[in-house]
Design a protein around this ligand. Structure first.
Ligand code: WTA
Length: 564
């Protein structure tokens, strides 16, 4: 018997999924923006300035920033002024519409001020994840040809000199009273001097807003270009998926260096004018519970790894905090195990709602909505206005319960508009008209729910890090008993993803429990614990193509009991 959870909240913003799907029209969403009446477009205006003078919204906190040492609150009104100031700083440095400005900062209020300031001058901001090491930082700076970099003196050490050919200015946050080089300016000093007034640069809806680098396995950095029109998709997903209402306090735990943090940790809640919490520093169970309690967080958007840390040992600790303000909880990024969905219901009184999207899609595409029954294990159904399908290598739609590639009919507002400096790669995503091909493997059930099954390019995300299965297969083949091996990932009750190995044995070896244990021991001893399979199944042979690559789709079908 299939398990279905009843809707968590029938009074959600999106009341009737089926009806909304039938009558949906993007034009209606566009009417909610002021540019629809004025013709003047800029994300920064819609997200911040529009609320600034509103007696209620203007005084709300668009940013409640908190870490172990400090709490800082910035209202929409103050954010308008601060971002105006930063826009003036950029202008003074000669930044023009279309220029790239890299932001390489830890989570801090300046990060958010910088993003809005960039949008106001029409510059393209490039968020760089705080933990990137020298090589990655250099590649991204060179690829984006950024003229300006916002960073801290500490992190600037990870910005290699050799990769600065385009860089003209470095704006240093926290360099007060330090001796600066000619290319460097101090954030604090420049901001203190800059005027409060700024005339926003009005742009076209199709003008670029930001360039963000996707998580790839290896090879060149992949910069997805997003435009101001993205806001149409942010608003509707914030209303329907995050279910944001006027008096909500949202906490999206992702770093703004990843797209979830850029979109749902900043612009999407701002478009709704709600309060937005950002917590800096690392995961710290008690600190996190304290933040939820003291700021009365109502909507929480986080990731499977966070739930894993709360489950088990964390549960006892959580009892010391009042977390009753939470009314809606969502997850993204890695498979959300069914157990976690149920656990959420038991501990928070609301199941965890999974969502699926990518850096390239720019906004949530498939989700579980509060007013819709949840099938634990499913990523949900496509947003009204989005057409999703499972397709074969020719782009033909496959019937339900058949594995294939997850595809989205192209043309939604937040779709990436290019891969920076890589037109060919961009076209590959759209090579099977009319689809955007996600590279994720999935199937759909008879009720239209989608199930994520891994990556077509075989990458497996384990604890947030991509691993190539070939690497693991080759490692296993180093054991004397193994003739061939094939790896897949499958949802783990606790860890999000886990690795499963199918193994064909050499003649003379027998498939015993003992041999399984020995293989796991062997992997533990010789390789990183990240790539040790959790499960092993013996098969007489491993399906390979003529080119010799493992046909992973067959392995997944074996696993699910679907036709191979
Ligand atoms: C994976 C994150 C399982 C998927 C917004 C996708 C997921 C990649 C889910 C994009 C989910 C995203 N369940 N896997 N609900 N959501 N993924 O670009 O493989 O950092 O292609 O965007 O994460 O990762 P990205």
């Amino acid at each position: 018997m299939e398990n279905i959870l009843p809707p968590a909240n029938k009074d959600a913003n999106l009341r009737d999924y089926r009806q909304a799907r039938q009558s949906f029209d993007w034009k209606e969403v566009e009417q909610e923006f002021s540019w629809h009446h004025t013709g003047k477009v800029n994300m920064a205006y819609e997200a911040i300035d529009r609320h600034a003078d509103d007696p209620t919204r203007g005084q709300r906190f668009c940013l409640i920033y908190e870490d172990e040492n400090r709490t800082e609150k910035i209202t929409y009104h103050q954010m308008r002024d601060l971002s105006n100031k930063f826009a003036n700083v950029l202008r003074k440095l000669g930044v023009e519409k279309g220029d790239r400005v890299s932001i390489f900062l830890p989570r801090c209020p300046e990060y958010y001020i910088a993003m809005v300031g960039c949008a106001k001058v029409g510059a393209i901001f490039c968020p760089l994840f705080e933990a990137l090491m020298e090589v990655a930082v250099g590649e991204r700076l060179t690829d984006s040809e950024a003229n300006v970099l916002v960073t801290t003196p500490e992190m600037a050490r990870r910005v290699p000199f050799i990769d600065r050919p385009y860089l003209r200015h470095i704006i240093l946050v926290g360099a007060k009273n330090m001796a600066l080089k000619s290319s460097e300016v101090s954030w604090e000093e420049e901001m203190a001097r800059a005027p409060y007034d700024f005339d926003i640069e009005w742009v076209d809806l199709e003008d670029p807003l930001y360039l963000i680098y996707a998580f790839g396995s290896t090879g060149n950095p992949k910069g997805a270009l997003h435009v101001h029109r993205d806001m149409v998709g942010y608003l509707i997903t914030a209303q329907w998926v995050l279910d944001l209402r006027d008096d909500d306090v949202l906490w999206t735990t992702a770093d703004p260096g990843w797209i979830t943090g850029t979109v749902y940790g900043a612009f999407a809640p701002w478009l709704c004018g709600v309060e937005n919490l950002v917590r800096g520093g690392r995961f710290d169970l008690e600190g996190w519970c304290r933040s939820i309690q003291s700021h009365r967080v109502t909507v929480w958007y986080t990731a499977p790894t966070v739930f894993q840390r709360l489950m088990g040992k964390g549960e006892e600790l959580m009892k010391g905090y009042d977390l009753h303000s939470l009314r809606h909880i969502l997850s993204v990024g890695e498979p959300l195990a069914s157990e976690v969905v149920y656990w959420g219901r038991r501990v928070f009184g609301t199941p965890i709602h999974d969502t699926w999207w990518m850096t390239e899609t720019g906004m949530i595409m498939i989700a579980n909505y509060p007013s819709m029954p949840i099938k634990p294990g499913a990523i949900g159904k496509p947003l009204p206005g989005i057409v999703a399908a499972v397709v074969d290598p020719q782009g033909e739609e496959l019937p339900p319960l058949t594995l294939g590639e997850l595809a989205i009919k192209k043309g939604w507002p937040a779709m990436m508009r290019g891969i920076w400096h890589d037109e060919e790669l961009y076209r590959e995503y759209f090579s099977r008209e009319p689809w955007y091909i996600s590279g994720d493997v999935a199937y759909m059930d008879d009720d239209g729910y989608f199930y994520f099954q891994g990556r077509e390019d075989d990458l497996i995300k384990v604890a947030g890090v991509m691993v190539g299965p070939t690497e693991i297969e080759e490692a296993l083949k180093g054991h004397p008993a193994v003739a061939d091996a094939g790896i897949i990932s499958k949802p783990d009750p606790l860890r999000g993803n886990m690795i499963k190995a199918f193994i064909a044995l050499k003649p003379g070896f027998f498939p015993t429990k003992r041999l399984k244990e020995e293989l796991i021991e062997y992997m533990k001893k010789h390789f990183s614990p990240r790539i040790v399979p959790k499960e092993i199944e013996f098969r007489s042979n491993i399906p390979r193509s003529e080119e010799g690559t493992v046909i992973r789709r067959v392995l997944k079908a074996w696993e699910l009991g679907l036709p191979a």
